[in-house]
Design a protein around this ligand. Structure first.
Ligand code: PLP
Length: 443
């Protein structure tokens, strides 16, 4: 690529002319990223950035094993599921081996949105009910059907509000939720807030919908809600919520698109942390390490009830290249011990961040599971008023130090840490030192 083709001003102008204005760019001065390796991205001038944002590059950017698997299979065959092929079956076997027994029928798709859209269709067909329940601030995908069940979107900029067929349950956020009370001291949320008031809230939402003649057929949730700001629900909530949903006649759908595939370290899937059992699990982002690959896994009973004669055909879903890539990703996670590394690096982050919380009043809460972490920034610890501008300034400041971070949550005040699982101890320590400097400078 010529230097001219990499000129930021020129790229921006071309992008504005040719691409939709709804596409966003990170940072005041957008980056031109041309290469990735491990936990690092590189710009057009060869400058390296530690990537704490892109959870899709689960086993590291451009992992040679994954690249080689894709190239090898791409040179042989790329076609659809209407022919027999061993790779899709090998991958389905490998994927179900990571899940609790009973979740054993697989459909492969091409994105998290396709996975959730398919789960929605399944639940509606199986239960004969159209209405859906989801959690406050939830995000489940970009199709019109999924925007309709995503408060993050329909209550956000450009949204047209909650559709009558969507029922929203309060977010079980131990720090800022409606039952957090006086709440925990900074960085110490775990175990201090009870699940049952939030379960009662969900039950009330489901009962109200049924009493209104619109019983709910599907309950969607992330076991650690990400767009809500890396919230970790109180113990007992996820398992209880799935039971409450089932008792109301709905299917419980665990959206593992963002949190799944070993990111939480202790388990393959975030719902397992609370011993929960969903009816359907949806997966995306990390499965193909960047290659478009998603999956829906359910029980034989749900899958058979769904198969009512209407074919499910997906042109690209389940092609042998995707299956080869999915297998390579699982191989790397296992061979490089990446779940254990997620646990170790996550614990190192939490220890460092909590130490910072002891010195920086702007840190209101530190939370997360494995390498899915959130740092809540506040203007005032007593009122917990969100420090939205500070979070944006820290994200920009970290960029100047060569570290990519993002901010999310209802008030964009939560710094999100969800890097490739191959991050090193030195990367963690450097991040903590940089945050220490930035908070001293900016707060
Ligand atoms: C929790 C969750 N579900 C679903 C999706 C949609 O996935 P995709 O962007 O691959 O369609 C996302 C994407 O950000 C997500 O975070």
């Amino acid at each position: 690529m010529s230097a001219a083709s990499m000129n930021t001003v020129d790229l921006l102008a071309r992008r504005r002319r040719r691409l939709g204005a709804d596409l966003s760019l990170s940072y005041r001065a957008p980056l031109t990223i041309v290469r990735g390796s491990g936990a690092h991205l590189y710009d057009a001038d060869g400058r390296a950035y530690l990537d704490l944002v892109n959870n899709v590059a689960h086993v590291g950017h451009a992992h040679p094993r994954v690249v080689e698997a894709a190239a090898r299979q791409k040179a042989l065959l790329e076609t659809n599921t209407r022919y027999l092929h061993p790779l899709i079956l090998d991958y389905a076997d490998r994927l179900t081996a990571t899940l609790p027994a009973g979740l054993d029928v697989v459909h492969l798709v091409n994105s998290g949105s396709e996975a959730n859209e398919f789960a929605l269709r399944m639940a509606r067909t199986v239960t004969g009910r159209r209405d859906v329940a989801a959690l406050e601030s939830g995000y489940h995908g970009n199709t019109s059907g999924l925007v309709d069940i995503s408060p993050y979107k329909f209550d956000g900029p450009g949204g047209s509000g909650r559709p009558a067929s969507t029922h929203v349950a309060p977010l079980p956020d131990p720090y800022r939720g409606r039952h957090s009370g006086d709440g925990p001291r900074p960085g110490t949320t775990e175990g201090r807030v009870q699940a049952h008031p939030y379960l009662a809230d969900l039950e009330a939402v489901l009962t109200a919908a049924a009493d209104d003649g619109h019983p709910v057929g599907a309950f969607f949730m992330e076991s650690a809600p990400g767009s809500a700001g890396q919230v970790v629900p109180p113990p007992g909530y996820v398992s209880g919520a799935f039971e409450v949903a089932r008792a109301a006649g709905a299917l419980a759908i665990a959206d593992e698109v963002q949190v799944g595939l070993g990111r939480v370290g202790s388990h393959w899937w975030a719902f397992e942390v609370d011993g929960a059992m969903p009816d359907i699990v949806t997966m995306g982002k990390p499965l193909g390490n960047g290659h478009p690959l998603g999956a829906v896994v359910t029980t034989r009973a749900v899958a058979d009830a769904f198969a009512n004669g209407m074919e499910y055909f997906n042109t690209f879903g389940g092609n042998p290249v995707s299956a080869a890539v999915g297998i390579a990703v699982l191989d790397v996670i296992e061979e490089e011990g990446l779940r254990a590394r997620a646990l170790e690096s996550g614990a190192r982050f939490v220890a460092g961040l909590r130490e910072l919380a002891g010195r920086h009043q702007a840190i209101g809460d530190v939370r997360g599971l494995g390498l899915f972490l959130g740092v809540v920034l506040v203007r005032d610890r007593a009122t917990r008023e969100p420090a939205t501008e500070l979070a944006a300034a820290v994200v920009e400041g970290a960029l100047a130090h060569g570290i990519l971070l993002s901010a999310d949550g209802p008030d964009h005040e939560v710094l999100k840490i969800k890097p490739p699982l191959v991050i090193t101890e030195a990367d963690v320590d450097r991040t903590i030192e940089t945050l220490d400097l930035l908070l001293a400078e900016l707060a």
